[in-house]
Structure formats: C-alpha cells, structure tokens
Design a protein around this ligand. Sequence first.
Ligand code: ADE
Ligand code: ZN
Length: 339
Amino acid sequence: MTTDAEFIRALPKAELHLHIEGSLEPEQMFELGRRNRIALPFKSVEEVRAAYAFSNLQDFLDIYYQGAGVLMTEQDFHDLAMAYFRRVAADGCRHVELFFDPQTHTDRGLPFSVAIEGLLSGMAEAKASLGITSKLILCFLRHLDEDAAFATLKAADPWLDRIVGVGLDSSEVGHPPSKFAGVYRAARERGLKLVAHAGEEGPPAYVYEALDILGVDRIDHGNRALEDPALVARLAKSGMTLTVCPLSNLKLCVVDDLKAHPMKRMLELGLHATVNSDDPAYFGGYLAENWLQTAQALNLSRADLITLAKNSFTGSFLTPAEIAAHLTEVEAYAAGEVS
Ligand code: ADE
Ligand code: ZN
C-alpha cells in the first residue's frame, strides 16, 4: 500500500480556491523588490516568515496587501503565476481556478491590463509546458464600496471572454454579501460565474446572503454554515460546492487545531467540500500539503480522498465533457491503487 503522501500526490485533483497574490513566496518578494527597486520593511526572508503569525483574517490581509506591492509589471505577474503552477504540477494538480484582486493593483496606480495580461500569459505557459489548465476569477475587495467594484467590472470589460467569473474577498465581517448585490447582478448579466467568500469568519447569515442575494455558484470557505442545520441541509441537497482551505483555517485561527477541522464532518453531512490552499505562501503549504495534513489530522480514508478529488472536478467551471474526462482519470487511479 502506498503512503498517504504518495497516494495524494499522484491523485488527480483540481484547486478551486487560490489567491495568486497569496502564492508570493518571501524569496520572490525580495527578488521582485530588487527588480523593481521597491524597499521592503523586512531585512531577510526569515524576518518575513517570522511575521507570518496571524490571529485573524485582518492580520493576514494587512501583510498580504503590503507584499503584493512588489508586483509591478506583466512579467512579474507571469513569473508569480508560473512559480505557483510549477509547485502544484508536482502536487498532481490538473486544473486551477485562480483568484486575483485587481483593485489591490489599480489602487497602487497600475493599469488594469498589467495584472490580467501577466496572469493570462502565465496561464497559457502553464498549459503549454506543464499541461495544467486554468481559469481566472476576478475578485472584488469587499472592504471597498460597491461603486469601486462596478468600476473594476467595467475596467475588465475588454477581458470578459478570458475571465470565468467574479468573487468576493478581503475583510468579511461588517461587509456582507448584500453590499454587492448590484454588481453581482451585472456580472450575471454578462454571463460570468459567481462565487463569494462566506462563512470564513462571517456568520451563517452571510452564507444565506451569498446564496439568496448574490446567487452564487460556489461558496468559498463556508465553515460557519455548520452552525445552522437547515443551511447544511440546503447546501447538501443542492450539491453546492464549498472551497474549504484547511491550513488557512488553522493559520487564521478559524480552527485551533487541524484535528478539530470540520472537513470530515462536512463529508459525513453530505456537503460537496473540496480541499484548497487559499494563500499557500502565507499559510504553510500548497495543495498536496493541505490534503496530506488534513488527511492525517482527521484520519481520512482513501474513499474520502477519492470523493474529495471528484468534488474538485465536479465543482469546477470546466465543461461536462472535461469534468467527465477528469473523473475517468480519478476512477482509473483509484482502481489501480485498490487492485
Ligand atoms: N484574500 C486572500 N485570502 C483571503 C481569505 N482567506 N479570505 C478573504 N480574503 C482573502
Ligand atoms: Zn480565500
């Protein structure tokens, strides 16, 4: 029998919750800082890593937005994306649906085109050189107002055929999904998929709002939905995908211990949960590490892991034919492992 680590690495899987700016490793932060002549408030990589001790989401966001300040050119975004894709290629990842935060960059004076063109070129190279497919999701920063989100959607207009959907991230509490009802309606009218962070730190009411007011196709995180049995039943019945991020939950103190993580319970309750890394450079692990640490902490079975792999594809925005091809690959892998 293979070890959990071997089994997980070779298991075909997708990542559906990844902030590309959150894959900026301290080494690359220094390299880009030098390249763009931007001084960092840290003397060394070790000092940066030592600063990654967070008590909540806001602690992390403050340092994450600061780190993103070294990204200045299309080449920087291309290199950032490729560094991430190289890592997850080694994790058995076949497909990624990645978030980016355009307002973090346009508010620093970068033209809207810089981040998106750099990322799209990295995504094209990842497909050509690593065989990983990917789709891009534009996130609105929820601590800013809805007018700013509308301006971002307007700026994205020339690229809408290369964006699969929109998302909602940044500081959750005090910024409910309902604040963005209008811009989500506009995004839906443009044929975009809709996702939103909800229930990471915010209450179950925010998950209801994401479903009922925004009309989302996926919930990002969703942990706090478990506090409401009627909501759990609804999510399970509708097959709503939750993009859960175990190491992020640990680092941001959403859970005290991975052994107390709700992933196993989510599967038992029939929720369509997936495992993702969120901001891997900040939270101590890329995709396979999230899978491995969760599997070990919660004693997940091989059947659980296969369910999670299937969920990662069925919850994606790939076409039914593409999803079917990935599921065939997962099943072939599972059959080979068992026999
Ligand atoms: N932006 C990057 N990571 C995030 C997270 N986990 N929650 C909200 N906004 C984010
Ligand atoms: Zn996130």
